[in-house]
Design a protein around this ligand. Structure first.
Ligand SMILES: [Zn+2]
Length: 153
């Protein structure tokens, strides 16, 4: 595992790029959620149609296409999921959303892997495509980002 941690850290250094991580706070429902149907407003600008309070962060990661055998057998993905690596122990939650330019993924599972030296630890994420309407989600997300981070490059 130690050797693997070194390799993964080099891969992140070499091929890493910034994506966005939308963390869902599942203990806090967004105000748009209809109390009787429990359905969120799909066009809600606050929660991006997820129905929960969200936090948006930038995330430096490296990614590759998943292989068939890496999928959980209990879960049938329409396509093989994306495998992402990020440095350190990152506390994702299932269903958090990762926006990688025009692609949107949902965190299905993640694993913390400890390197020999603490600083070589990394988090591996298995993330299939977003379950929600991707185009709609991206539109809302871009509006949110442009509103709150006008000076981003
Ligand atoms: Zn909402």
């Amino acid at each position: 595992m130690d050797k693997n941690a070194i390799v993964v850290n080099r891969l992140i250094d070499r091929y890493g790029y910034y994506a966005y991580w939308v963390k869902l706070n599942k203990s806090m429902r967004c105000e748009c959620v209809n109390p009787s149907t429990k359905e969120p407003d799909k066009e809600c600008k606050h929660c991006l149609g997820t129905g929960y309070y969200i936090t948006v962060r930038r995330l430096f990661l490296a990614s590759r296409e998943g292989k068939e055998y890496e999928s959980d057998r209990a879960q049938s993905f329409a396509v093989t999921p994306k495998i992402m690596y990020t440095k350190g122990f990152v506390e994702f939650d299932k269903d958090d959303i990762i926006i990688d330019s025009e692609s949107v993924y949902t965190v299905y599972t993640f694993q913390h892997i400890r390197g020999k030296e603490g600083n070589l630890s990394y988090t591996k994420v298995i993330a299939p495509d977003l379950k929600l309407n991707r185009a709609q989600f991206l539109k809302l997300f871009k509006e949110l980002i442009n509103e709150h981070l006008p000076n981003r490059r």
